[in-house]
Design a protein around this ligand. Structure first.
Ligand SMILES: [Zn+2]
Ligand SMILES: [Zn+2]
Length: 233
């Protein structure tokens, strides 16, 4: 099934029949021009490490205090309506044709970022992958890697443990919930790795994966996420 989904544009016109995924108005792409323009993009200045707002684009106080194991984060959108609806549809409703669009938005947010040695989607456990039938992070990583000419490697890390979904847990418990969740399958000496995911909330999952990549020898880990959850005020 996944093979037939590589060409997102073709599939999109097939599935959406020329109407915007969000407003159902006439559209040439998955979203009409108005809906695409109004997506909640993240405006600078942001902390280069976690992508939350930060004056003058300095590393934020939380990153200085907590020292996450990832080195950088780029996010395209704020995880609020309608970006949350798009991500949700990709993740839980099998709307895989949204992946190329979301990857394109992320690509634009990346700008001319430094080249990476490896693009790694956040892995699902084997059981979750069976249930869902696809890994939304891989669907995002594939067009990104292709556009950047960077090697995609979805087997370099495994999710060895899938505890309750992070979304069911209070923020404070999320770090403990993912501890030891990932394992790298080979050494990555000095590698610069881009980790792709749909949403970054507390960053606990990405921190844990960055820890596993660094333990395998990676020198630099950047998170590339479609949407960033903004903390409650
Ligand atoms: Zn629209
Ligand atoms: Zn930060």
């Amino acid at each position: 099934m996944l093979h037939g989904l590589r060409n997102g544009t073709k599939l999109a016109s097939l599935v959406f029949g020329g109407s915007c995924f969000l407003c159902r108005g006439a559209a040439r792409e998955i979203l009409c021009e108005d809906c695409e323009r109004e997506l909640p993009r993240l405006a600078p200045p942001r902390c280069p490490r976690c992508a939350l707002a930060s004056p003058a684009g300095a590393v934020c106080g939380r990153c200085l205090a907590e020292g996450p194991r990832y080195d950088a984060t780029v996010a395209a959108l704020a995880y609020e309506f309608p970006a949350d609806a798009l991500v949700h549809a990709l993740k839980f409703r099998g709307e895989l044709a949204l992946a190329p669009l979301l990857a394109q938005l992320l690509l634009r947010a990346l700008g001319r970022s430094a080249p990476v040695d490896l693009v790694v989607p956040v892995p699902l456990s084997a059981r979750r992958l069976r249930e869902r039938g696809y890994n939304q992070a891989l669907e995002l990583a594939r067009p990104l890697a292709a556009a950047l000419g960077a090697p995609l490697d979805f087997a370099v890390c495994e999710r060895v443990r899938e505890a309750p979904p992070q979304s069911d847990l209070p923020w404070a418990e999320r770090a403990r919930n993912v501890r030891g969740a990932f394992r790298c399958t080979r050494a990555l000496p000095g590698a610069s790795v881009a980790v792709v995911d749909d949403v970054m909330t507390t960053g606990a999952t990405l921190d844990e994966l960055a820890g596993a990549l660094k333990a395998a020898g990676a020198a630099h880990v950047a998170n590339w996420v479609v949407a960033r959850t903004l903390p409650p005020d």
